[in-house]
Design a protein around this ligand. Sequence first.
Ligand SMILES: Nc1ncnc2c1ncn2[C@@H]1O[C@H](COP(=O)(O)OP(=O)(O)OP(=O)(O)O)[C@@H](O)[C@H]1O
Length: 272
Amino acid sequence: MLTVENLTKRFGSNTAVDKATFTVDRPLMIGIIGRSGAGKSTFLRMMNRLTDATSGRLLFEGRDVLALRGAEKRAWQSDCAMIFQQFNLVPRMDVVSNVLHGTLAQRSSLATLFNVYPRADIHRAIDILDRLGIAAHAAKRAEALSGGQQQRVAIARALMQDPKVILADEPIASLDPMNAQIVMEALRRIHEEDGRMVIANLHTLDTARRYCDRVIGMRDGRIVFDGTPEQLTTGVARDIYGAGAEFSENATSTEIRDPVAAEEIRQAEVTV
Ligand SMILES: Nc1ncnc2c1ncn2[C@@H]1O[C@H](COP(=O)(O)OP(=O)(O)OP(=O)(O)O)[C@@H](O)[C@H]1O
């Protein structure tokens, strides 16, 4: 369903993504790992058409994504929702309105101008917030929520587009371990229950191993690993990160060792 062929992005003389090639035949949850500057964000941005590729091809369910223009490109961007490390919410706007922003591409500019949303969309937004365990915060300003809650609002906004793919660029990099787990659990459930493909750039190995079906490792713009979490051994990780014998997985761990926090997560997960 997804074919990436020799996808390349150059910024001047710097090759950010170098002939990336892989195929995905069903909607998996995929983690992309690699050190800072490896090309992870650039790959996601090319897939979403936020950045133009220099060369290569990307096909999704037969659609030649890099060739799309105008309305077809906007339709693809709607099918391929993106969430970011910094949530990108409107801080002073209430949570429901932030979520309803996910439908903007489908609405007239007049309706947008006057902030008029169809009743059915409002109900849907609240249902999605409920599913993510944050409906109780629907009327609050986004800025009043914790980071983990704000990221779940961003996921809700993405779900309003009813996307086939969710691209998550370091979705938990700004979160504490407890909120990181809640957000990853939410993405995993959305993948499993809705059958949506999720591709997430992750900076911690244990997160990629725990939540993803497949892990892609990038180094200096190239894909240097593509396999299952089981195949992602410490030795392989050392190669991906270009680290020496001193490489310690603990340095990238988000595991929670505090039993009280772990119980809070368990409770929160029940509501997702
Ligand atoms: N707009 C840009 N202009 C010039 N160079 C860029 C631009 N965006 C990214 N790069 C360069 O491309 C390379 C890959 O960057 P990218 O952000 O994709 O890496 P990354 O793996 O996502 O890293 P990080 O985790 O730090 O975001 C880096 O060398 C970066 O400096």
